[in-house]
Design a protein around this ligand. Structure first.
Ligand SMILES: C[S@@+](CC[C@H](N)C(=O)[O-])C[C@H]1O[C@@H](n2cnc3c(N)ncnc32)[C@H](O)[C@@H]1O
Length: 453
């Protein structure tokens, strides 16, 4: 019988860390996952879940602590589901992120790219780095107005009056709204009954000129319930430059919806990366760590020296953040994204950045026939977590540019995509860029070179 029965208590040492930031232990050939336990640490663990192939347990007491464990700097760490790497010293945290990428490539992509060969671009700003944050709003068990963050491993919301990833001035605005909204009778969304009005409040922020876009996620197109609150905050905070309501009527879905209603101030927020300027809307994608995005884009350019003469495709291009970096190095850039608002912004950003050599195309890369575009020397892709569509990977093999740069925020789907391209392309360089300090997340940039047959 397995020694990993529910309720059993045992002393165990973690061998490794899995991609969900759980300590991975091996007990008589069985796998045990222990959230919070770090590689090399010994702990007394209670088994809480016993399945055929694995078990899961909780730490009762850490017996031997790792030298790289540190006291989390946030008072909400135990409850908040956000910063799951905050108990790890920075250098080790980055090393572990690279380790998780290498493990995923090996396990899911059959690629052995030694951890030591992975280059690292550490975060320059380790706190207060986010330029965007959406705080979920929910009705509590007793009808109270809760605004903060999702509880670790749950859908309920815990209030977090401070957050080390957020900007302090923007956070002050959020706290003010969270305090005032219930006083103006604004009903929070109830996760159980699926009723209520306010689903979230959030912001986008440009630190260079200290301007922010305030965003309310609401369940109906009626913006009247927000008016007393808007009148209250009017002129109170100099940094508010633009205000939007984003409508998400879907009771099962609590993130941003498809329609945004402009409520005041400027229609777009001006954001900057290096020398490039961008107009950004409430629901468009924009890298959440501006400084690291700059470093990542500079790195992408450094991988492509002497390519100036040709055409490049920037696939999954958003508002054109990377596009205008590429525009200075390539003769022609084709930027493709499915999101209508992003494509509109990219057109405006093209004008602002005097990038006449950019063609912006709205298209769904799940199905678009990209072979109709001018044949590129280089393709750069930066897909969402789901990775490259199968159809796109097949077309890339057909078009066969001399180089492909894959940017990915999910090394599991990156591994799958690299595996699919492995016959035609060889990895030349692999770099992790720390866009999200204190969390397990990381961006990976891979340079692929065509295999000459
Ligand atoms: C990770 S973002 C990258 C954006 C851009 N490269 C940047 O750095 O700002 C992914 C982008 O893929 C777009 N996208 C998602 N699914 C898509 C699809 N099926 N076809 C085309 N674009 C898609 C999203 O709208 C989003 O702008």
């Amino acid at each position: 019988m397995s020694s990993l029965q529910k309720g059993t208590i045992l002393d165990i040492v973690a061998d490794d860390l899995n991609s969900s930031c759980e300590g991975l232990c091996r007990v008589n050939g069985q796998i045990l996952f222990v959230p919070g336990l770090l590689p090399g640490e010994k702990a007394c663990v209670k088994i809480t879940e016993a399945k055929k192939k694995y078990a899961r347990g909780t730490i009762e007491k850490i017996i031997d602590k790792a030298h790289f464990r540190e006291e989390p700097a946030c008072p909400h760490y135990d409850q908040c589901g956000g910063c799951d790497f905050m108990h790890i010293k920075y250098d080790k945290a980055l090393e572990l992120k690279a380790h998780i990428v290498a493990e995923n490539l090996k396990r899911l992509g059959h690629i052995s790219w030694g951890e030591k060969k992975i280059k690292k671009i550490p975060a320059e700003n380790k706190v207060h780095y986010r330029n965007k944050f959406i705080l979920p709003v929910r009705e509590g068990e007793k009808g109270e107005f809760l605004c903060g963050a999702f509880k670790r491993g749950a859908r309920s919301v815990v209030p977090i009056p401070q957050c080390l990833t957020q900007d302090l001035a923007a956070r002050e605005v959020m706290n003010y709204i969270a305090e005032k909204a219930p006083r103006y009778g604004i009903r929070p969304f109830n996760e159980k009954t699926k009723e209520g009005y306010l689903k979230g409040i959030g912001y986008r922020l440009e630190k260079r000129n200290k301007k922010m876009m305030l965003i309310f996620i609401i369940s109906s197109e009626d913006t009247a319930p927000l008016q007393p609150l808007l009148d209250d905050i009017d002129f109170r905070f100099g940094l508010i430059d633009s205000i939007y309501a984003n409508v998400n009527p879907d009771p099962a879905h609590t993130g941003m919806g498809g329609k945004s209603i402009h409520l005041g101030g400027k229609e777009y927020l001006d954001m900057y990366l290096g020398k490039a300027m961008y107009k950004v809307g409430p629901a468009t994608f924009f890298q959440i760590n501006s400084r690291q995005a700059e470093l990542m884009f500079q790195h992408v350019l450094s991988l492509l020296p002497f390519e100036r003469w040709g055409a490049v495709w920037d696939l999954y291009s958003g508002v054109g953040a990377l596009t205008f970096y590429l525009a200075s190095e390539f003769k022609r850039v084709y930027a493709v994204d499915v999101n209508a608002e992003s494509v509109l912004m990219a057109e405006k950003n093209k004008e602002r950045n005097f990038a006449d050599n950019v063609t912006v195309i709205r298209g769904d890369l799940e199905s678009l026939d990209v072979t109709q575009l001018e044949t590129p020397e280089v393709v750069v892709t930066d897909p969402p977590r789901s990775g490259l569509s199968e159809s796109l990977t097949a077309q890339l093999k057909k078009v066969c540019p001399s180089k492909i740069v894959l940017i990915s925020c999910d090394s599991a789907t990156l591994a799958r995509d690299l595996d699919r391209l492995s016959g035609e392309y060889a990895i030349k360089s692999l770099t992790v860029v720390d866009m999200f300090p204190m969390t397990r997340h990381v961006e990976t940039v891979v340079l692929l070179s065509r295999v000459e047959k």
